[in-house]
Design a protein around this ligand. Structure first.
Ligand code: 7RM
Length: 655
């Protein structure tokens, strides 16, 4: 057994062709149309992207050079071109869609607002003028720490309008994280709110901001505070200003600042596996192009759609598929402020019903959490307007995929499982729903113009079906990250170091099946090594979740003298956790179940039951923390962002 090979043990044979009712009306309605697009891209990679950039974006000055790779891996796309992202999202909709609803907002308490494109344009212009009046200019960094309300999008768009670089910090992050990000970005201005509604509580954003600012953040000159919760917060004279006051005297027109294609649109911090968060830097033109073409190809966006991406603007998904992409396509979108469980776990389905959502995009963690409450809750709602479902953030296990398909999509809606990253800017591997048959658990095939592959340790393409390896991208693409803010060396090392600068290393392991479909197996750092077999965590987790009593599972390796590693599983059951976390009969049943499903090699040695799994705020399992617990070593990870710290004791088997 060679040591650099990742073995696949999951077998999933089900296939779902594009429903003909869907395909008939789709933008790309057949495999041959898609093949033609792929061939164009394969024949002339940069020409393909240039053609799209000319067609889909409105330029102030046309570009001359499609791709400058002379300083690779610092890639520059569409050089000499100038444009404005906010102009592309708003101004160009005014003539035809001024009165069309851009945003349907629903707050957690139930308040709703409809904002037309003309109104959004006006609000963005006013706020852009306000930012200028507060001293913000092109290239300045602005940190946005807001609840999930339209003003978060308005703030982002206003920055884009004047060429300021925003960095959104998710409202669930602590004062400490906020401070680190403000300082790394050297931000001049902070935009926040008094508080937001989430989980029936008020999230004290201004209080956290004050705490961050009292402990550093010397670069911050002004804080703009939007009044959302209205619960009364202290304002520091000279520093803090109310949003409403800043816009009071501002004009409803604001000439966009034309910026170069490569001008940074935003920084977004992501935590790496080690070290401090990386400020992922994105461009203006290339980035926006990615959001637009993927909304067309993968979401098949149409003028009459009501698009709802549930992601917060604190994540890249909320940048590409809330703040920018849908607006640049002139779509109507839903923004929901709060938790999926308030007032009950039917909230998502109620929002879909009430606002007649046609395209719904969420994360597997949300799907599994809602699935846990059974089929009866979604059955209460009219979901007949839905025509397409999407998934993002982690591999969706076949069990959850089937539930999503059957109970939410009512077997009528294709599911697009979209693989991408903060760094990639937009979807990379995902089905084009009118053309590509889907398989539960697979993100299917790379999009046209995306040179994704799976390679071995030496960087050679793996041609054997189902043999796992490193997921790489072999050619630059317009919406790729440009650098890590303030640390270009780290950018080179992290993403281009492994294969001599030739390939972009995604950091995920993956395999391709006999049809060339991609199956993400997990992060490279998470690969298990059991008696010389390298196994992806995802497959063992999928097998566990396929058991009727299991709602969620996370699997990590525990160092073992004999086997190298043994498999340690953390399981959340449907219904009650066994008393004291002990149920020997069930543990034995689950071990046998996994052995039957995928083979004895994958049988977990230990199973621990908890009420919840430790997740990052974007819903990704904190496997490093689980590895420490399994190994019985001291926990060094920051656990302050856990929603329920008490589960640590359960995971440790102490309660
Ligand atoms: C969009 C986003 C990126 C990481 C990525 C993967 C995992 C995301 C999928 C997925 C399997 C998917 N950006 N991931 N989507 N794994 N199937 N459809 O999530 O920067 O926050 O995370 O997420 O490991 O590398 S992210």
């Amino acid at each position: 057994m060679s040591n650099d090979r990742i073995d696949s043990i999951l077998q999933e044979e089900r296939q779902f062709p594009p429903p003909s009712a869907f395909a008939q009306l789709a933008r790309i309605r057949s495999a041959s149309e898609l093949a033609a697009l792929r061939e164009r891209a394969a024949a002339d990679h940069t020409g393909f992207w240039a053609e799209l950039a000319r067609k889909e974006l409105s330029w102030h000055t046309p570009f001359q050079t499609i791709l400058d790779d002379s300083a690779a891996p610092r890639y520059q796309w569409f050089k000499e071109g100038t444009l404005n992202v906010s102009y592309n999202c708003l101004d160009r909709q005014l003539a035809e869609r001024g009165d069309k609803t851009a945003i349907i907002f629903e707050g957690e308490p139930g308040d709703t607002r409809h904002i037309t494109y003309a109104e959004l344009h006006r609000d963005v212009c006013r706020f852009a003028n306000a930012l200028k009046a507060q001293g913000v200019a092109k290239g300045d960094r602005v940190v946005i720490y807001m609840p999930m309300i339209p003003e978060a999008v308005i703030a982002m768009q206003a920055c884009a309008r004047i060429g300021a670089i925003h960095s959104v910090v998710f409202g669930g992050f602590s004062a400490e994280s906020l401070k680190d990000r403000i300082e790394d970005a050297g931000a001049k201005l902070l935009i926040t709110a008094d508080g937001g509604h989430r989980g029936g509580k008020i999230i004290e954003l201004k209080a956290a901001a004050d705490k961050a600012l009292n402990h550093g953040c010397a670069s911050i000159e002004k804080v703009i505070v939007y009044k959302r919760s209205g619960h009364g917060v202290p304002m520091q004279t000279g520093r803090d200003v109310w949003w409403s006051d800043t816009i009071a005297d501002q004009a409803a027109q604001c000439e966009p600042v034309w910026v170069e294609s490569e001008h940074p649109l935003f920084l977004l911090y992501t935590s790496g596996s080690t070290g401090k968060p990386k400020g992922i830097q994105h461009s203006s033109a290339g980035y926006l192009l990615g959001a637009v073409v993927t909304l067309q190809w993968v979401f098949d966006i149409r003028d009459d759609d009501v698009f709802w991406c549930t992601a917060d603007v604190g994540w890249v998904t909320g940048h590409s598929y809330v703040a920018y992409g849908p607006l640049a396509c002139g779509a109507t979108m839903v923004i929901y402020e709060g938790s999926p469980a308030v007032p009950d776990t039917g909230r998502f389905w109620k929002v879909c019903q009430d606002h007649r959502v046609t395209i719904f995009y969420t994360a597997p963690t949300a799907i599994r959490a809602l699935m846990k409450h059974g089929d009866a809750i979604p059955a209460r709602y009219d979901l007949s307007t839905l025509r397409l479902l999407g998934s993002v953030g982690e591999p969706i296990n076949p069990e959850a995929w089937m539930w999503y398909h059957r109970v939410i999509g009512r077997e009528r809606c294709p599911i697009v499982d979209t693989w991408w990253q903060t760094e990639t800017g937009a979807h990379m591997i995902a089905p084009v729903p009118g053309a590509v048959p889907t398989k539960p658990g697979s993100c299917t095939l790379p999009l046209p113009g995306i040179a994704a592959d799976v390679v071995d340790e030496q960087g050679n393409s793996i041609t054997t079906a189902n043999q796992g390896g490193y997921l790489v991208i072999k050619k630059p693409w317009p919406f790729m990250l440009r650098t890590i803010w303030g640390d270009h060396e780290r950018y080179i090392k992290t993403y281009w170091g492994k294969f001599g600068g030739q390939y972009y290393l995604a950091g995920d392991s993956a395999r391709r099946d006999q049809d060339g479909y991609f199956w993400i197996m997990g992060r490279i750092d998470d690969v298990l090594n059991v008696s010389g077999h390298r196994l992806g965590t995802m497959e063992v987790e999928s097998a566990l979740v396929a058991h009727p009593r299991v709602a969620e599972a996370a699997v990590v390796g525990r160092p073992d003298d004999v086997k190298g590693e043994t498999i340690f599983a953390y399981v959340v059951l449907r219904g009650e956790r066994p008393p004291g976390g002990i149920d020997h009969a069930l543990t034995e049943e689950l071990r046998l179940w996994v052995a039957e499903q995928i083979g004895a090699i994958a049988k977990p040695d230990d199973i621990r039951y908890a009420d919840n799994l430790p997740k990052t705020r974007s819903g990704k399992i904190m496997r490093r923390l689980l590895r420490s617990i399994a190994a019985g070593v001291a926990i060094t990870q920051d656990t302050s962002t856990l929603e329920n710290e008490a589960i640590l004791l359960q995971l440790q088997g102490k309660q």
